[in-house]
Design a protein around this ligand. Sequence first.
Ligand code: NAP
Ligand code: G4F
Length: 367
Amino acid sequence: MKAIIFGVTGQDGSHLAELLLAKNYDVVGVVRRSSVDTTDRIKHLLRFPEFNLTSGDITDASSVYGVLRDNGDVDEIYNLAAQSHVGISFKQPGLTWDITGKGCLNILQGMVDLDVKGRFYQASSSEMFGGAYDISEVDGSKYQNEDTKFLPQSPYAIAKCAAHYMVRLFREAYGMHASAGILFNHEGPRRGENFVTRKITKWIADFVLWKEDFARGNKGLSDISKITFYKDDICVHPKARMADAVAVPRFPKLRLGNLEAFRDWGYAGDYVEAMWLMLQQDQPEDYVICTGKTHTIREFLDAAFGYVGIKNWEYFVVIDPEFYRPAEVDYLRGDFTKAKQKLNWKPKTELQGLVDIMMKNDLDENL
Ligand code: NAP
Ligand code: G4F
């Protein structure tokens, strides 16, 4: 079997490449041009002869056609490429549209024009639900599933909706085996550092390292229990109270935006299995992939700071309007009943397990 992954250098692309190589696929990863090396997440896979990288950018139809022409015998094509940051999509809406929306069309149209017969997976998103949810008749709880309407709240979500509808159109118009996974937030050690979960776990690990180094490198500083908190930073020096008179090192506080939003957070490693399962079905369909549990950013902070024994994390955090979005998605909690019934898929990792994986990784990386 042969697969092409657009977005192979991203969090999910790296997990999916691992999964497919373990299943003995030949994997072609598409990497866009950059002035720096972007293969950090897949460098451990580069030694596999079955893993090959090729250059391409999904905003450039001719480059997409080139990738498809070179790999006309492909069995499965996964489109994971996106400008995937919701906040940034408000600042770069045109770019987000070109990559996250039109990029998908470039691949689908290329498959039709070049008569490429492989199956297609599109990385759709729970962001497409935006402000919409349904109410359970059983317990009155809010949820989103495959039948929930879309009410997108960002340029990113609108681009994802366009791509999602394009997948449905190509499925119906051309009989393509094209499926979309409506994935809820999924995280892990490879998550980009400007998404809220990784931003939090990385900051905590960096702070712990700084605090320990500072204590080790300075005799007489072993008692660092007395932390002094300034408006924007933190000081662990015993002379902190004299900081205006004495130059003592400080650590910048963790700056975050809206802490009240609810997210259904799962582990990326679990979710790429669902992508693969969708393409193994006889019929192409769309599936919601999630944990069915939802938590606020505050609850994530409780768990992550709790991992290193800190209870009162509010002292370490600054609320910064810079990280608020012009429009917010307040509540996401998925219902994966269809995926369970048809794909026999269910999540293996919930919030505490996810936090443990991420905190352990970030602390270990700092050793
Ligand atoms: P990610 O880490 O941001 O990875 C995005 C990938 O797209 C990177 O490999 C990036 O390459 C590539 N890319 C960006 N622009 C491109 C272009 N013009 N041409 C070719 N490649 C381009 O995202 P992720 O978390 O792995 O998510 C994978 C997909 O699932 C995305 O489509 C995302 O929108 C969607 N999704 C993610 C989640 C989630 O919670 N993670 C949930 C629902 C849907 P560079 O390395 O060069 O930047
Ligand atoms: O981690 P986030 O940036 O993820 P968001 O916006 O939910 O989007 C992610 O999940 C989507 C699936 O639902 C994907 F489609 C998308 O590609 C991406 O992977 O933000 C989560 C929440 C938001 O409510 C945000 O306002 O955290 C809030 N938040 C608070 N402070 C912050 C911050 N988000 C970020 N990135 N940075 C902050 O400082």
